[in-house]
Write a protein that binds this ligand. Structure first.
Ligand code: UTP
Length: 303
């Protein structure tokens, strides 16, 4: 199949790389995968799966690693629990559990046997993705906005079939901490053509303030590049390096996400996400608002 025809296919599959070690969140992540830490009452990975399903994704592909089997359990039936909930007439809880469950055959798990980097993790999904464009969602990056980020990207893909990278604005003084895209003028589907990609540009050299935020639509051609790609920054096989190579011959666009990003792989991002997600819930928001005021006031008097 030609490369142009490949891009005419619908986005049905999403890859969730969950094999990282989560060293920035130790000791919490010593025995618990960081993807299972909860933002309010849902594991981080569930929030991201919710985003993918809201975008119409039909097949979830998890690239897991050692100590991650609890993620598999989370997306499976828990027969004893479900029976007990049924016996106790806890219908609402039971329905919620069942609603979150992927249908039989619509979740796949493959192992990245060594944490060789994000690019390598994505490559591990190649057999399950096959010859069609697909989404990648980094589970620790929560995208909090009016519309799910991936849905906006898939709509934009329909208008302009291409590789698409989600971006979000950051202060210029922080660009050295992120992957940054240089872009051209806004075109079809609200997309901006990517003119350059740089990983953590030194202060003062960034082509823009648009941070790569952890949502991608990629064509399967990226797999053959990753297959032979040498290790890059940090001794890891980097997804960015593969995208730079692919962009030499294939169209890449940036999608600006209109909302806030929380990096739950960091302590401050995780704490802020919990507050933001709880504040918008009708059962928790008003109470939490008062609690927060009281907590801040009492921490100030103790200083
Ligand atoms: P991160 O660098 O944020 O995750 O990778 P990490 O390595 O788990 O975290 P720290 O830096 O040690 O705290 C981004 C995403 O890529 C996945 C991670 O699970 C995370 O979702 N990843 C990273 C893999 O699946 N495999 C890898 O080899 C590296």
């Amino acid at each position: 199949m030609g490369q142009t025809e490949v891009l005419m296919k619908r986005i049905r599959k999403a890859v969730f790389p969950v094999a990282g070690l989560g060293t920035r969140f130790l000791p919490a992540t010593k025995a618990i995968p960081k993807e299972m830490l909860t933002v309010v009452d849902r594991p981080v990975i569930q929030h991201v799966v919710d985003e993918a399903r809201a975008a119409g994704i039909e097949h979830l592909i998890f690239v897991t690693g050692r100590n991650k089997s609890v993620i598999e359990d989370h997306f499976d039936h828990a027969y004893e629990l479900e029976r007990t909930l049924g016996e106790r007439a806890k219908t609402k809880e039971l329905e919620e559990l069942r609603r979150d469950l992927p249908a039989a055959g619509q979740a796949s798990f493959t192992r990245q046997q060594a944490p060789l980097g994000l690019g390598h993790a994505v490559w591990c999904a190649r057999e399950i993705v096959g010859d069609e464009p697909f989404a990648v969602l980094l589970p620790d990056m929560l995208h909090h906005g009016r519309e799910p980020c991936l849905k906006g990207m898939i709509d934009a893909f329909a208008a302009e079939p291409s590789n698409i990278i989600a971006v979000s604005e950051v202060p210029m003084s922080e660009t050295h901490q992120y992957g940054i895209l240089g872009v051209g003028a806004v075109g079809k589907g609200g997309l901006m053509p990517v003119t350059s990609m740089v990983e953590k540009p030194p202060q003062g050299t960034a082509p823009s303030n648009l941070m790569v935020s952890g949502r991608y639509i990629l064509e399967p051609g990226v797999f053959s590049i990753l297959e032979t790609q040498p290790r890059g920054a940090g001794g890891e096989i980097q997804l960015t390096d593969a995208m730079v190579s692919l962009s030499n011959t294939r169209p890449f666009n940036a999608f600006r996400f209109d909302g806030r990003i929380y990096d739950t792989g960091t302590k401050i991002g995780f704490l802020s996400a919990n507050v933001a997600y709880a504040l918008e819930r009708s059962d928790l928001g008003p109470m939490l608002r008062n609690e927060l005021k009281a907590v801040v006031a009492s921490s100030q008097t103790r200083k």
